[in-house]
Design a protein around this ligand. Sequence first.
Ligand code: SF4
Length: 394
Amino acid sequence: MSKSSVEAFQVMKNVAQHPDDYLTQWKNRHQQPVIGIFPMNFPVEIIAATGALPVIIQDSREPISEGNTILAEFYCGFTRSIADQTMKGQLDIFDAFMNADHCIQLLGAVDVVREMLSDKPVYFEHLIAAMDDSWTKDQVQTKIHAFIAEAERVTGTTISDEALTRCIESNNKNRQLLRQVFEARRNGDAQFSPGELQTMIVSSMIMDKDEHTALLETVLAEASTKPRDNRVRLHLSGHFCHAPRVELFDLLEECGAVIVDDDLYTGSRYISTDVKESLAPRAALADWYFARNENIPCPTRVQKTVNWDEYLINALENSGAEGVIVLMAKFCEAHMFYYPELRKALEANNIPHLLIETEHEGMPEETFRTRVEAMIERIRRKSSSRTTAKELAQ
Ligand code: SF4
């Protein structure tokens, strides 16, 4: 990679690791508010159309201390990290918070923010989870109008259709570029590691989209295809709201696996769906909510015609993945409730899979390593032509 490409990637990495530095600089440059968005369903285009910066709030790597005094241990690590960051003043940089609900635990975290940062607007609205009812579409459209009204109230800026259209186009362009990279990986390109792909996604969740797109274009202009070797091909599934630890990706690759696809939120799920530019912008944002669940089904939504397990089996056929690692954030109820369906479908289709439960603190690395190695060995025995991690290192 050229110097400019390396530097562009480094900017994304710095933003992903230290969002506050970027947010402080952005605020100084633009003199506009920075609005914290909770994952996973809020249409960020609405905030961007006011001139403010929508930022999807990230899990912090810092050990949770004060957050444990306000949210019980059986909340997922992401929500306890939100509480922790709130108590430590680390979310003070945000001027307001917006959330389109998707799970009970997240509501608890949002309540902590509302209570502790009582001088800041905290907006919460249910985006209905039952997708099939006759009144659902009207309800979602009403909520989109409510989001827009609230964004206008918080920022003092009226949102025009032109501004919304511009932001939809800019977000679509960013998603399309990122999708190209993920599609290339699915088709056999191993140039970017799973950690690098995660850096691209997390920085996109934080940065101004046009700035991020410019960095991506610089990186991708230099990208050349690197055919993947014939290590065991795996799909990573699950892990909503926050990014899995990069050390986990490294461990999987050290064990002799290559990640070829995923449905992680900080992965394919985030970029799966564009907002239709052929529709009027306000209608298009409502349509996007439904289309996302059809492209990559989410267990926090209920829709008779779409199933995460069916999606997963098809995804494996498309990418050629030979097994699935299910990454489940501990105490993520939505995922825990759905997992038996996933497991049944994978077993019925004779697809090797492994459930790894992740925690905010600590990673029992050697336990994971033993289990992953055992799974990879099972897959490898089916085909003797596999390259082992040891051979690759030689
Ligand atoms: S969906 Fe899961 S990971 Fe996300 S906030 Fe809810 S419990 Fe936590």
